[in-house]
Design a protein around this ligand. Structure first.
Ligand code: KMT
Ligand code: NI
Length: 179
């Protein structure tokens, strides 16, 4: 089961859980309400053939798919990428990730600009809406492998905060934050 929680305010090691004391967990319905983030459980082993994933590809028009493996010795420019993933940013499109091995944290800003940390493990599929401020980090196990999905030709460009005038941000504020 995926878990999410409001983060503490300490800026020590990003790979630690950073839960508050006591922990302030966020359930999936609340996560969606506060951020627009969608979560689905998928069959990570059989994902190529999984009917739920197949339906999602069709329904949402996910025509592009590749794999990203974040591992020190095999990902080119590892340190640079790790740093860029953890810079607060947004994208002009959804960020869709299905975790097929390992684990990591997606941090998203909620409507009140508070950080919610989403712990992702094998079988978790997350859809971060276009325009949401977010970041990603590995956890202390230092390994994740994920499928990246996209509608059409992929654009992975991160637009670092502040990007409040970006059209995707304006639309996100209108459709999620202001609701
Ligand atoms: C991104 O865009 O932040 C990433 O692709 C990194 C996380 S994928 C598990
Ligand atoms: Ni991103």
């Amino acid at each position: 089961m995926v878990r999410a929680w409001f983060m503490d305010s300490s800026d020590t090691d990003q790979r630690q859980p950073h839960m508050q004391e006591p922990p302030q967990f966020v359930d999936l319905a609340t996560l969606r309400e506060l951020s627009g983030v969608e979560y689905y459980k998928m069959d990570a082993d059989g994902y190529l053939e999984d009917s739920a994933l197949k339906k999602m590809r069709e329904d949402r028009g996910y025509s592009y798919e590749d794999l990203i493996e974040i591992k020190k010795d095999t990902l080119p420019n590892y340190e640079v990428k790790i740093k860029a993933f953890f810079e607060e940013h947004l994208h002009s499109d959804e960020e869709i990730r299905l975790i097929i091995d390992g684990s990591g944290y997606f941090d998203v800003r909620d409507k009140d600009d508070k950080w919610i940390r989403i712990e992702c493990v094998k079988g978790d599929l997350l859809i971060l809406p276009a325009g949401i401020y977010h970041r990603f980090t590995l956890d202390t196990k230092n390994y994740i492998k994920a499928v990246r999905l996209f509608v059409g030709e992929p654009v992975w460009t991160p637009i670092n905060r502040p990007a409040d005038d970006h059209p995707a941000r304006i639309n996100y504020v209108k459709t999620v934050v202001a609701q």
